[in-house]
Design a protein around this ligand. Structure first.
Ligand code: ATP
Length: 252
């Protein structure tokens, strides 16, 4: 397992990594996708977000990654209210999260290696400090022989694995992933889930959207369900002793 801590600084474990209060959001032709959504993701928690197709899982992740602004309610990330964050400040906030988008959003003109290295370059790291880590991560997700491949030449499952490698390479404190194992076979899906579990053990707060409600039980994670615009917590996140719950609990 290639996953080791990269950052020397310890996070503030007392701050809830995500706080959503009374979120409401809709599109022109679907005005009530999210209604009064409340959620707290404490440091080190691990949740799966489920719900029927079209329930708004991707929309909720898009609000949390600042790709859309809520029409009502507040969003706070890493203890900072970001509901009205200026557009110019969004890239810096996004750099603190690892996001796996449903449609991958890889950079087609960059090799697989350079796609994964990009977040480290943007963080100002030097190639000699990250080359080995990037190579090891690519090997771990089964792309050891595809360092130079451009994304358009990869299969759907390979693109998905590349997107995951890129999202986690900086060991972000918050990982938000939309159906991250939807395009791979079961064995690879289990392997990728072990990667998320390892990152969670290192302290990452994780939220994964999936159609598979059994995942939460399999991985001892919390289970959230979005239905008719409302978010309910079905199972709380179970975390190792070093990640004891915030007094307010995992979700509202
Ligand atoms: N950009 C958009 N413009 C208008 N409507 C949208 C847009 N994106 C999503 N919707 C609608 O909002 C609703 C929620 O969509 P969303 O993709 O968030 O659901 P989901 O739970 O992620 O679905 P799935 O499990 O099928 O991926 C759906 O009715 C969808 O048609």
């Amino acid at each position: 397992m290639p996953i080791q801590e990269r950052r020397p600084t310890a996070p503030n474990k007392d701050i809830d990594v995500v706080r959503l209060r009374g979120l409401g959001f809709g599109y022109d032709d679907r005005p009530s996708v999210l209604r009064d959504v409340n959620l707290i993701l404490p440091h080190g928690s691990f949740h799966f977000l489920t719900g029927p197709s079209g329930a708004g899982k991707s929309t909720l992740l898009r609000l949390m990654t600042l790709g859309e602004r809520p029409q009502t309610g507040r969003i706070s990330l890493f203890g900072q209210d970001v509901t009205q964050i200026p557009r110019s400040a969004i890239p810096a906030m996004r750099q603190r999260m690892g996001v796996v988008f449903q449609e991958f959003r890889l950079l087609d003109h960059l090799s697989a290696f350079d796609n994964v290295a990009l977040p480290l370059r943007l963080n100002g790291e030097r190639p000699r400090d990250y080359v080995q880590d990037v190579a090891e991560m690519l090997r771990w997700v089964g792309l050891g022989g595809r360092f130079e491949a451009l994304p358009p030449s990869l299969s759907g499952g390979e693109k998905q694995r590349l997107a995951i490698a890129r999202a986690v390479i900086t060991r972000p404190r918050l990982i938000l992933a939309d159906e991250p194992t939807g395009s791979v076979d079961r064995a690879m899906g289990e392997k990728l889930m072990r990667l998320f579990v390892s990152l969670n053990k290192l302290g990452a707060t994780i939220l994964i959207a999936t159609h598979d409600e059994d995942m939460a039980e399999r991985y001892g994670a919390g289970l959230l369900r979005l239905e008719d615009g409302y978010l309910r917590q079905l199972v709380p996140s179970q975390r190792p002793p070093e990640h004891q719950p915030h007094p307010e609990g995992a979700a509202v």
